[in-house]
Design a protein around this ligand. Structure first.
Ligand SMILES: Nc1ncnc2c1ncn2[C@@H]1O[C@H](COP(=O)(O)OP(=O)(O)OP(=O)(O)O)[C@@H](O)[C@H]1O
Length: 248
């Protein structure tokens, strides 16, 4: 089980980026984390992976705390930023990552490469790739590693339609094999298609957590956009968006 346990982060200027955030994922579960810009998603993810030091709280994979080697080996982070070694070719980079982890079968790696259809430019340096091509390399390395939980930050950004469809199928396959996934995304349509539960965050706090059906029922609407607006945007901005739109 993957658990985020009461994580808070106060920045040095006194601002709380995230406050008392708790969330548990079962094996095989996908949770979409959504919230307005600046709501604390990156602060939360950075706190989980030790990129910043949280003020309090921990994350766990089973009994292993974040910071332990077991946690790092089994919880994979796919950041929105493309942190690749640009001087290497795609193939060299994939081989480099596979050497860090053990037991990555050559066939499995090659199938992922074929799936994302990048074999033609695999021997070119990454610095010559487009944003989408780099994203595909990043995703191949993420799914190549046999992790137990994965956090993907804006994974669809920059991908073409085919790659987005493939990625959704891969995420489904990953959880059907027992993995747990958190997808931080502004794409509510994909969230509705893919996730088991949705977490809505605003101003550093978890406002709602539930299945899409639960949330629609709670906010008395059939439209996920309306759920999001009613829950987070108005809380965040205190404005009547409909009034503003109608005044234009
Ligand atoms: N180093 C910092 N010092 C002070 N405040 C910060 C710092 N980093 C982030 N913040 C603030 O913390 C809040 C949460 O930021 P964060 O980047 O976690 O949001 P986010 O939900 O990931 O936003 P987005 O959807 O735009 O990526 C914002 O108000 C931001 O200005």
């Amino acid at each position: 089980m993957f658990k985020i346990d009461n994580i808070s982060k106060q920045y040095s200027n006194g601002f709380w980026g995230i406050k008392n955030f708790t969330l548990e994922l079962s094996e095989g579960e996908i949770i979409c984390l959504s919230g307005p810009n600046g709501s604390g998603k990156t602060t939360l993810i950075n706190s989980i992976f030790g990129i910043i030091n949280p003020t309090s709280g921990k994350a766990y994979l089973d009994e292993f705390e974040n910071g332990t080697i077991q946690f790092k080996r089994n919880v994979f982070y796919v950041p929105d930023e493309l942190l690749l070694i640009e001087a290497l070719t795609g193939k060299e980079y994939i081989d480099f990552v596979s050497k860090i982890y053990i037991d990555i079968k050559e066939d499995f790696k090659n199938n992922l490469v074929n799936l994302f259809h990048i074999d033609t430019y695999l021997n070119e340096p990454i610095k010559t790739y487009s944003h989408g091509m780099k994203k595909k390399i990043q995703l191949i390395t993420a799914f190549m590693v046999k992790s137990k939980a994965m956090i993907l930050d804006e994974p669809y950004r920059g991908l073409d339609v085919e790659a987005i469809i493939i990625l959704k199928k891969l995420i489904r396959k990953y959880v059907s094999n027992g993995g747990s996934a958190i997808i931080s995304s502004h794409d509510l349509v994909s969230a509705e298609q893919l996730c088991d539960r949705m977490a809505i965050i605003s101003c550093g706090s978890l406002l709602e957590l539930g299945t899409i059906e639960d949330l629609k029922y709670r906010y008395q609407t059939d439209d996920i956009d309306e759920v999001f607006l009613k829950c987070s945007i108005k809380q965040d901005r205190g404005e009547d968006i409909e009034k503003l739109i109608n005044s234009l």
